[in-house]
Design a protein around this ligand. Structure first.
Ligand code: ADP
Ligand code: ZN
Ligand code: ZN
Length: 749
């Protein structure tokens, strides 16, 4: 029993980012990782023990005592404690905010309680049962309840209440007579209900799958390793994952499988639950707080050793980790954009490295950065080994892809959002009784609303962007801040009635499809139709069950979904992502097109994909049409090297937000001067490609002005030192402006 505890208090301010020493009261036995309640100034707050000692240098009259332990078990495993420390070092965050990732929010502040259930048990010895029953001959309800409980030994009160009306009173009476005992026992909330009998067997792996699995299992046997599995869509990556997870379990170890977003990948959950049953836990933000907390506890206790979850599941308390898998590793959801900012692929690498576990990234379209790490010449400590699945399961062909030049359609007088080819293909697809997917990567109806007489464009009053028209409720919405107003019937500026809608979104595509195919049953899936808790699952399930012929959706329909009856995919406007002012737009376009094309023709029927574009020669579009990842990688990495874009460089910015343009601008310029002085003093200039203070691309957002100090540095330069200084500058900012550091942000608007 140690006398002093080092405690990290649950406050994320920089000022308290250190351990505080507390006395451990007699009789309290603490361990590292345990949550405690401690006095802190005038308050009592929660904290986590990170060290214990018998001596301390702190004067004894300054030391206060730990009030109590919050649980008997440590909440943070030693391995996760080390990971939190790694995050403090590498993600520029406080230890307290890193530790918050390791513990469900529900545990902090005790916002959810352990759920309990009332259970009735027989309180008399078996040989006295008959006698007791006789005693109840004049209370038939009590006799009935007593017999039911006796038959079961013990039974949940809730079940009895359902079976026998009025059981409640009988239970109380029986308990009063000492014939039964009522107890409360802990129970777990289960998010996905009981598993039905459809336990599935593992299929025999194909040669390619087996070769990949063998290599991964070999590494699991010999202390870990890092791998990138690139498999074309429909090549059966999931079965490789499942085989590895089985091996981890056979080794007595655990496994974590990350998916970009659970709601969009219900299949992964289904498959893992069907194969691993109760041994698999699911963690994601759409669970109720109680469910999430209970799943976390099942993992913590070792009852579930397989975890499927979104990004934060990388910090699940799996002891003795054997493998961590990141599916669809190219997805931007794996980067956290708010404090603590981190890329889960890096955090996973740190965790796996320390645990001797295998890290496996999987994708049909790996990110350029990850694929580059498989190249010769990469330092061994950064290197990933490349595994490939080049064939679809059962030799199903990749779908045939046609690129349609939309400027020609316009010339020939077709003003519809669908090309002649797409209209034809849609009709014949539905005539065959098959299903189609229409991808439109923007929700709403029209991109912007403008007056034909004076050119006035409706803009958001709080942001520097145009409003999007939503037809069904005839409103204009800002997609950045949510501002909403009625669409005007005449121009607010000149009064002209000739208001026109330009561009298109999912609603318009849905409407035109309905006009073209009046009999078709159409469902739309975008942010506007999926606000409810299970809205995603409902739409996807209904579509898979054939309740609809056509699914219209944004990129959310592109993720790992398996629709056996879909034989046509039409990408309505492939340029939409290509025209964004972002160096990643070719990569995003390639990924989106490849992924969505992969949804067509996955079963016996062959699939067809139509890509409509005004830029038919763009390499991202041509190579996605051929599903030629390697050619795309070659072209894209050349473009990145020549243009000095990541991963050859690091892009970062100090984002300055303030109430007025003047204040914001002068704060940004001041920061630029200070950063410039720092670069000179510390002789770091040669690490910098470019640096500038300028207005952010969206200069006003939610009513605030935005400026940025943008910097581009060589990835091989002393970037860390520069980022650390920028972090200090951001923290030190005061007055009316806020300053945030962003490193390779997923969006730089
Ligand atoms: P990917 O994630 O690589 O696009 P999936 O993992 O979704 O591919 O697999 C595609 C389909 O092939 C799924 O329906 C899956 O059940 C099936 N499948 C995978 N491996 C095998 C196998 N070895 N034998 C038979 N079917 C398989
Ligand atoms: Zn006008
Ligand atoms: Zn707005």
């Amino acid at each position: 029993m140690s006398r002093y505890a080092q405690v990290i208090v649950d406050l994320t301010s920089e000022k308290v980012d250190r351990a505080f020493t507390y006395r451990v009261p007699d009789g309290l036995d603490l361990v590292s990782g345990q949550r405690v309640l401690v006095p802190f100034g005038p308050r009592r707050i929660e904290g986590i023990v990170i060290g214990l000692a018998d001596e301390t240098g702190v004067a004894s009259d300054k030391i206060r005592s730990v009030e109590k332990a919050l649980e008997s078990e440590p909440a943070v495993l030693p391995e996760l404690m080390r990971l939190a420390e790694w995050m403090r070092e590498n993600c520029h965050c406080t230890l307290a905010s890193a530790l918050r990732l390791m513990i469900p929010a529900q545990l902090r502040g005790a916002r959810v309680k352990v759920k309990t259930e009332q259970v009735a048990e027989i309180a008399v010895l078996p040989e006295r049962l008959r006698e007791a029953e006789k005693q109840l001959s004049r209370a038939p309800k009590q006799a009935e309840v007593f017999r039911r409980v006796a038959a079961a030994g013990s039974l949940e009160a809730a079940v009895l209440r359902q079976e026998i009306p009025g059981a409640d009173g009988a239970l109380r009476a029986l308990a009063g007579k000492g014939l039964i005992r009522l107890r409360r026992v802990e129970s777990l909330r289960r998010p996905y209900g009981a598993i039905d009998g459809r336990r599935r067997e593992d299929p025999v792996l194909t040669g390619e799958q087996q070769a990949a699995a063998d290599e991964l299992i070999g590494a699991m046997e010999t202390g870990g390793g890092r791998f990138l599995l690139r498999g074309v869509t429909g090549s059966g990556k999931t079965e490789v994952y499942i085989r590895c997870v089985r091996h981890a379990l056979a080794q007595g170890k655990g496994a974590i499988v990350l998916v970009p977003e659970i709601a969009l990948t219900p299949q992964m959950v289904e498959w893992f639950r069907a194969r691993f049953g109760e041994g698999a836990a699911v963690l994601h933000s759409r669970l109720s707080p109680g469910e999430r907390y209970d799943e976390w506890r099942r993992i913590r206790r070792g009852e579930a050793r397989v975890v499927v979850g979104a990004r934060s599941a990388a910090f699940a308390p799996v002891e003795n980790l054997g493998i961590l898998i990141i599916d669809e590793e190219h997805e931007s959801t794996y980067q956290s954009d708010s404090n603590p900012r981190y890329d889960v692929r890096d955090a996973a690498r740190a965790r796996c490295g320390a645990a001797g576990a295998v890290l496996l990234l999987g994708s049909a379209t790996p990110s350029i950065g990850s694929y580059m790490r498989t190249m010769p010449g990469v330092r061994p400590e950064n290197r990933f080994r490349l595994l490939e699945l080049n064939r679809r399961i059962n030799g199903r062909p990749l779908p045939q892809v046609d690129i349609v030049d939309m400027s020609r359609e316009l010339q020939s007088g077709n003003h519809s959002v669908f090309s002649a080819k797409a209209q034809q293909a849609l009709k014949s697809c539905l005539e065959r009784g098959e299903q189609a997917i229409l991808l439109m990567n923007r929700r709403g109806y029209a991109t912007f609303v403008s007056c034909r007489a004076c050119g006035y464009v409706e803009r958001c009053s709080a942001c520097d962007v145009s409003m999007t028209y939503h037809q069904w409720d005839h409103t204009l919405k800002c997609h950045y801040c949510g501002e909403e107003r009625k669409a005007p019937d005449k121009c607010p500026s000149c009064g002209s009635p000739f208001i026109r809608y330009f561009g298109s979104g999912t609603q318009k595509v849905e409407e035109e499809a309905a006009r073209l195919l009046p009999q078709a049953r159409i469902v739309r899936m975008d942010m506007d139709t999926t606000r409810g808790k299970d809205a995603h699952e409902k739409i996807l399930t209904a579509f898979r069950n054939g309740e609809y012929d056509i699914l219209v959706g944004t990129q959310m329909i592109a993720k790992g979904l398996d629709f056996p009856n879909v034989t046509l995919v039409c990408v309505v406007a492939a340029d939409m992502t290509l025209n964004l002012p972002d160096y990643r737009s070719p990569e995003r376009t390639f990924q989106l097109l490849t992924q969505v094309a992969g949804r067509a023709g996955r079963a016996e029927k062959t699939g067809r994909v139509i890509v409509q574009t005004y830029m038919p020669d763009a390499y991202a579009i041509r190579m996605a049409a051929r599903q030629d990842y390697r050619a795309f990688y070659q072209a894209e990495s050349t473009y990145r090297r020549r243009g000095l874009y990541p991963p050859f460089t690091v892009l970062a910015r100090l984002l300055v937000t303030g109430p007025t343009p003047e204040e914001t601008k002068s704060a940004a310029q001041e920061l630029e001067l200070r950063l410039s002085a720092f670069l000179n003093e510390s002789a770091l200039r040669q690490s910098v490609v470019q640096m500038r203070a300028l207005e952010a691309p969206i200069a006003r957002l939610k009513g605030e002005s935005r400026w940025q100090v943008f910097i581009k540095t060589y990835a091989r330069g002393k970037t860390d030192l520069i980022l650390e200084e920028m972090e200090r500058m951001a923290r030190g900012a005061g007055g009316d402006v806020r300053v945030e550091l962003e490193v390779n942000p997923t969006n730089m608007f």
